[in-house]
Design a protein around this ligand. Sequence first.
Ligand code: NDP
Length: 495
Amino acid sequence: MSQVTLLPVVKAFIAKGHGSFIDGQTQFSAAAACLPVIDPSTGQTMASVHSASAEDVDAAVASARKAFHGVWADTPPSQKGYLLSRLADLLEAHGEELAQLESLCSGKSIHVSRAIEVGQSAAFLRYYAGWASKINGETISPSFPSMAGERYSAFTLREPVGVVAGIVPWNFAVMIGIWKIASALVTGCTVVLKPSEYTPLTLLRIAELAIEAGIPAGVINVLTGDGAVGQRLTAHAGISKVSLTGSVATGKAVGKSAMDANLKRVTLELGGKNPAGLLQDVDADLAVAGLILGAYTHQGQICASPERIFVHRSRIDEVIDKMAKGLQQMKIGSPLDESVNFGPLANRAHYEKVLGFFNCAHAESSVICGGRAIERPGYFVEPTIVLAGNRDDRLLHEETFGPVTCFLPFDDDEELVDLMNDSPFGLTASIWTNNLSKAFRMVPRIEAGTVWINMHTFLDPAVPFGGVKGSGIGREFGGAFIDDYTELKSVILRY
Ligand code: NDP
């Protein structure tokens, strides 16, 4: 047992009053409703946060609009890039503080908070910062012929869409919040964030650090509260674009409300039921190690993680056996214990949802290992492997967003492609084989925004990420995000 000692700054931050961060400062009315923040490893309340009122939503949007038209519009691209890099420096300088806060709220192991929430978020920020001075339009030669000797030239400008509403889920509050901040700020937009009610603390702290970095007040605002606050924000007339990472149900609601509110732009990063296909020649040890990392990190609460695992019939017993042995090695316990790599689920509602999937697995499929709640305080469940009876099993179709993989054997590669595509989702997929020629031929036939070969759940800021089918609209990362956060203005001149 090597329990992390909470830093005094973490204890002090938890103990203070929390509310929305608007126009560079914390604002809440003492009369506003308070929401508890629960430590999922104990089920105990660790902090409370004032929920944003309708007036707070108006104030945050007004502040972001003022900053958009004023200071941020006048900030040169190189300075925008510098300020994002400076925020990355501060994220790292306050890394242990942020990692501890996030592990407390979300149940994420402290290793994952340090490496992903802090380390990768800083790397993403620096990647986006590099785009600041490289977002340009293009020159175009108009295609119509001259009628009377006149000539034409044309060019495009990339202009920021305006104020962006960034709606963030509870699974990676820091990293997904940073994706939204970075995409908005580097393209010249300002942002109003709405973190999940379960994990609001780290983005509130990051908003303070942004001021310390020199990002002007009003450029980043954070509204605390539940889905109703998000709904009010996305429907607000002062918002030009909504970027949501969340469930399909919320995505549909947000998409409809954005369309109704003057055809707002939307980027939707939604759920997945991601397949992994292990071909007959698979390196079983490599695949099992990669799939355990991909499917059970943060207790499987990762949208990109593999939940459906199709293995060639001749290899499935071997793979399941190795996977079950691997899961037995996982140490389950407090997210703040450095020797632990498997903590609780992030909140009670999600814990109950996953227990419902366990009941279904026991009734409809074969549970190979796990499949039960763990008797201790907090929201702990066992890492679980299920073998489906046939391709219609519910566990092969509904996203659990938990530490559950569901296996099914296949006999030939045509059947594998058909099984992989048999889903309303299309976020990620992976193929595991040493036959790269075969893998490359399968890639175009797989309906997913990202296809990995011999790996899964690996995100890189330079590689576009997003879903097809029910997994969403739009792309983040690479240069692909620029289209979603800018309007293209055409200028034509005659001479
Ligand atoms: P939800 O859709 O429930 O919530 C996402 C965010 O939306 C939260 O901040 C939530 O607030 C807010 N919200 C809820 N209702 C509304 C509404 N009507 N209008 C505006 N905002 C609203 O998802 P979860 O937080 O439960 O996250 C899990 C889901 O997110 C999974 O399906 C997962 O696959 C998906 N996800 C997708 C990712 C991707 O990149 N594709 C990455 C991570 C998760 P509150 O929590 O306070 O209710």
